[in-house]
Design a protein around this ligand. Structure first.
Ligand SMILES: *Cc1c(COP(=O)(O)O)cnc(C)c1O
Length: 404
């Protein structure tokens, strides 16, 4: 199979980039008075909302918690039907199950790999009005969903939208007026969520964020994040006399608070937020580097006969992943592993996970997603991937197919 360049360390499909400055910021937070819910949380939320272009941001312990809180804030209940894509991480669907709702998968578009709006429309048209409550589109691989189109459709059927933007901080699509709409800016979706897992663009170890323009949902999320507790006088429902324990009190005492809904402890810590703030400062730089890496892959693979499809170059793509569809995917995957390149598969279709199969989903239900799954492989893609490493990846792929 030819002579390959030597590399010193294994290459993963994605990895975090922690600088000395990041480390200093975390140390500073650890030496401060707050370890959780201190000033770093508010600063991270403010900076993140500004970066994404949303009015409000709520930091939470991880992306899955963010999804769960969104479902709770939108009052998802037993039997509610919600539509999502099978080509996503299971959490996009699971959040509805946490609330007793039912997930209805709808197939992807074969070129963009995103939830196919026409299939969603067919689903809505072929069911009695009111059957569905919401849609969870996913900016898969970092490619922005056209949320303007989804909003129009959702409005016709009175549905809410949660945008799963875990792959796409810094991504955008162009709306019908030619304006760039950033992923998660909540101009079209009701709520959007992000994750700060180490493989995502911004790493906090664990962490998540919800963005929204809706003040009512924002307030609900703040309470749900911390046990359903409110600490705002104007929202109290018990009397001042009860709160103070005496009839002579004029005001609610300083200790008073009310648990008004059934919430959770989904808080992020201050030192994680400090890391997030520092990472966010390099977010655009990271997206630029990802774009450069995508350009090289795209050029290298264009016209190659073993390529059946690829992420390609799309304006506004945030390139969390660079996916190629190839012949003999298993052979390539194993060959890359033998050569210390740890590519990954995104995703095993969600509807064929044993958990979802018990609800009746089966092979053949999502033909495009299933055929995509047979051929897809995500190549190494992260800002610190060096050109030597990327060339080695390309060399290995060419070597594998060249020798067949
Ligand atoms: C990572 C991810 C999540 C979950 O985020 P966690 O922080 O790992 O809980 C949800 N949806 C998608 C698309 C993801 O990639």
């Amino acid at each position: 199979m030819g002579h390959l360049t030597k590399i010193d360390k294994p290459i993963a499909y994605g990895r975090q980039n922690i600088t000395q400055e990041d480390i200093n910021c975390v140390i500073e937070a650890l030496q401060s008075d707050y370890l959780t819910q201190g000033p770093k949380i508010a600063e991270f939320e403010k900076n993140f909302a500004e970066y994404i272009g949303a009015k409000y941001a709520v930091a939470v312990s991880n992306g899955t918690a963010a999804l769960h809180l969104c479902a709770l804030a939108l009052n998802v209940a037993e039997g509610d039907k919600v539509i999502t894509t099978p080509i996503t991480f299971a959490a996009s669907a699971n959040c509805i199950r946490y609330c007793g709702g039912d997930i209805v998968f709808s197939d992807i578009d074969p070129l963009s790999y995103l939830l196919d709006i026409n299939k969603v429309r067919n689903l809505l048209e072929s069911s009695p009005r009111g059957t569905y409550k919401g849609i969870i589109p996913v900016d898969f691989a970092g490619r922005a969903v056209d949320l303007e189109a989804f909003r129009k459709l959702a409005d016709e059927y009175d549905l809410w939208i949660i945008e799963d933007a875990c792959h796409a901080p810094g991504g955008f699509f162009q709306d019908s007026l030619g304006k760039s709409q950033k992923c998660g800016n909540s101009k079209f979706a009701d709520l959007a969520i992000f994750s700060f897992h180490p493989v995502k663009h911004i790493a906090c170890g664990e962490g998540g964020m919800i963005t929204t323009d809706d003040e009512k949902l924002y307030k609900k999320l703040l309470a749900l994040r911390t046990h359903g507790i409110v600490k705002n006088e104007s929202e109290y429902t018990n009397s001042i006399e009860f709160a103070a324990g005496t009839d002579i009190a004029q005001n609610y005492p300083a200790w008073y608070m009310e648990m008004q809904t059934l919430g959770f402890n989904y808080r992020l810590t201050d030192f994680q937020a400090a890391l997030g703030i520092s990472q966010l400062g390099r977010a655009d730089e990271g997206v630029e580097k990802r774009k450069n890496i995508a350009e090289i892959y795209n050029t290298e693979f264009s016209g190659k006969n073993y390529i059946k499809g690829q992420s390609g170059l799309v304006e506004g793509h945030a390139y969390h992943l660079y996916v190629i569809e190839v012949e003999d995917r298993l052979g390539l995957y194993n060959y890359l592993r033998e050569n210390k390149i740890f590519a990954q598969i995104h995703y095993i279709p969600c509807h064929l996970m044993p958990y979802y199969k018990q609800y009746g989903w089966k092979e053949g239900d999502m033909p495009i997603a299933e055929s995509y799954y047979k051929n897809c492989i995500s190549l190494p893609m992260y800002p610190t991937l060096s050109s030597v490493e990327q060339n080695y990846v390309i060399e290995c792929i060419n070597s594998y197919y060249g020798s067949k």
